[in-house]
Design a protein around this ligand. Structure first.
Ligand code: CDT
Length: 312
């Protein structure tokens, strides 16, 4: 048996401050059309795909940055993307900054079906970076200042399978994939904006590409699921963002890989039935997992060195 979902990883190049929403949506529509021509059921766009990665800047009054947030989705600027998806019969995943009617600010992604209807929202759980302005950095990473943390990971019946979403830094945490996989997730969609320079430890800069694939591939294999990791890449407002968007199979192997840091679509025919090869053998959770041994994972946040070790 096979259940094929043809997926396009629609990496974008940089989005500069002066690029209008309309111009960006045009680029996304162009990628969507390429996806349609390649036979895609689903095209996956990156995290914060409508704007520049604004958390690199500090403003004293956060409200000054509300213009980066979408108050509704779709809205007049993004409606053409939804219309084109419906016309082409191609679903999509889109990351953007969301300002809710209650005034919450989320780093959000939506999953949209082939008729242009939103199936689900996901709000980023793991917010990286810092809460306060840190002028010593070459650029800021103020997600913890601008965004509220999201409530959790859910899965959705869509595209003939069980789909999940996560955003950027979430992909570095094994809990993300495991919580999705414990709900049967067969494909995780993950957009990212990853600066090459990591100010707290620049020794990691040359490892950004390695770490990206390491976590995406491990997440896929250890949970028997497809993982689609999609970058906003290239030099954005003087800040270099990692590309290397990839579609990864449940074996952990990379099946499609972007080679530029520009707008670029790569496509893979993803057989969701391959997930069972892993979920029902090595990673048969019901048979082999020992949750009674893992209680620290949910009862504890930081490291607690046992007293016996501290005293020795
Ligand atoms: N967007 C995002 O989550 N980026 C982070 C950067 C590293 S933490 C400052 C990431 O995990 O890729």
């Amino acid at each position: 048996m096979s259940r094929i979902v043809t997926v396009g990883a629609a990496q974008t190049g940089p989005i500069q401050e002066t690029d209008s929403r309309n111009a960006v949506v045009e680029r996304l529509i162009n990628l969507l059309r390429q996806g349609s021509q390649a036979g895609c059921d689903l095209v996956v766009f990156p995290e914060l795909a409508l704007t520049t990665f604004f958390p690199r800047w500090y403003v004293n009054d956060k409200k000054e940055f509300d213009h980066y947030f979408e108050k509704e989705m779709p809205n007049p600027e993004t409606q053409p993307l939804f219309d084109e998806a419906k016309r082409l019969g191609v679903g999509f995943h889109l990351g953007y900054a969301e300002l809710t009617p209650k005034g919450e600010h989320f780093n959000t992604s939506v999953l949209v079906d082939k008729t242009g209807n939103i199936i689900a929202h996901y709000r980023k759980v793991h917010l990286p970076g810092h809460e306060e302005h840190e002028p010593w950095r070459a650029f800021q990473h103020l997600e913890r200042y601008y965004f509220d943390p999201g409530p959790g990971f859910e899965v959705h019946a869509a595209f003939g399978g069980i789909m999940g979403m996560a955003i950027c830094n979430d992909r570095r945490w094994p809990e993300t994939y495991r919580v999705l996989s414990l709900q049967g997730c067969e494909m995780a969609l993950i957009g990212y904006n990853t600066p090459i320079h990591y100010a707290p430890d620049p020794n990691q800069d040359h490892l950004q590409g390695f770490h990206n694939h390491l976590v995406l591939q491990a997440g896929a294999y250890q949970n028997g699921m497809w993982v689609v990791g999609v970058a906003k890449a290239g030099e954005e407002e003087g800040c270099d963002l990692l590309g290397e968007s990839a579609i990864i199979g449940p074996s952990g192997e990379i099946k499609a890989l972007c080679s530029t840091v520009e707008d670029e679509l790569v496509v893979a025919e993803c057989d969701l039935d391959l997930c069972a090869d892993y979920k029902e053998t090595l990673f048969n959770f019901s048979r082999y997992r020992r949750p009674e041994i893992y209680t620290r994972i949910t009862s504890q946040t930081g490291v607690e060195i046992p007293e016996t070790i501290k005293e020795s």
